[in-house]
Design a protein around this ligand. Structure first.
Ligand SMILES: C[S@@+](CC[C@H](N)C(=O)[O-])C[C@H]1O[C@@H](n2cnc3c(N)ncnc32)[C@H](O)[C@@H]1O
Length: 258
């Protein structure tokens, strides 16, 4: 047992240890708490991410029970409780990769926005962005997103609470860039995204695949959805993003919509 994720800051963090580490978990947790005074709680993963909200179950192993933290990422703050909302500190670099693509005066949509890390990363990197619309179905994540906008004094982000299928038809304008960070189910919203993208706009589509063939399935799905929606597209980039499980990767396709 050597590695673990931490979510939080220099005063209060939560450590998250892996599911397989069951026997020595108490000792390992005590060691973590002793070595890292800012870590106040140790949780152990006890399930995969699951359900609509993409949360997972955790076993409380040691420390204090209150697991709400304020995570610091690339100069901005994210308040969350990992027990009730999706958040992965490992995705910080990916958020920066996307944020650096955004130009001034662009209209951005984040379809599955969680506690709003993508939205805030984009506004911090490109303060001249026109508007960032964020849609999230988990009410608890939406509440934290509202707090996070205040914590970071953002000006361009508009949050919507609910299902993108219901919210998006109510938003009239189209977008220069649409981010779809829902690898397991995002494909079922591609038609919506294709119809909400401006001419020459981009969709960042996340999916997952075995390392033996990372992109074929995602490419096939995207082409098929574009055909059904009668849209001309060009896949201009294919990226490995992060390991998702043994030999499984989270991937991203960058889709230019004509
Ligand atoms: C993989 S998480 C990503 C969250 C956030 N973008 C991030 O990077 O931390 C996917 C999020 O999509 C939300 N979600 C799932 N289905 C949704 C839907 N139909 N409409 C809106 N949000 C949805 C989940 O509640 C979850 O917070």
């Amino acid at each position: 047992m050597t590695s673990f994720d931490t979510i939080g800051n220099k005063d209060k963090s939560v450590a998250i240890i892996e599911e397989s580490n069951s026997n020595e978990e108490k000792n390992f947790a005590r060691e973590i708490l002793k070595k890292h005074p800012n870590i106040k709680t140790v949780l152990k993963k006890t399930s995969e991410r699951k359900g609509k909200y993409r949360n997972r179950e955790y076993k409380f192993v040691a420390g204090i029970k209150n697991t709400e933290v304020i995570h610091r990422e690339h100069g901005f703050l994210l308040k969350l409780n990992p027990r009730y909302t999706y958040f992965s500190p490992r995705e910080a670099t990916e958020r920066q990769r996307i944020a650096t693509k955004v130009n001034s005066d662009e209209d951005i949509l984040i379809m599955f926005s969680g506690i709003c890390p993508f939205g805030i990363a984009i506004e911090k990197k490109q303060p001249d962005v026109k508007r960032i619309c964020c849609v999230e179905i988990n009410p608890k994540a939406h509440e934290y997103a509202e707090e996070n906008l205040k914590l970071n004094k953002t000006k361009k982000i508009k949050l919507y609470s609910g299902d993108v299928k219901e919210i998006l038809p109510k938003i009239k304008n189209k977008f220069d860039r649409i981010i779809m960070p829902l690898p397991k189910k995002g494909y079922s919203y591609l038609d919506l995204a294709l119809n909400k993208t401006k001419k020459k706009g981009m969709i960042y589509f996340y999916y997952w695949a075995n390392e033996s063939d990372l992109f074929s399935e995602a490419v096939k799905i995207v082409r098929e959805e574009a055909r059904k929606s009668n849209k001309k597209i060009k896949i201009i980039d294919k990226r490995k993003v992060l390991p998702y499980g043994p030999r499984i990767w989270k991937i991203r396709l960058d889709i230019l919509v004509n």
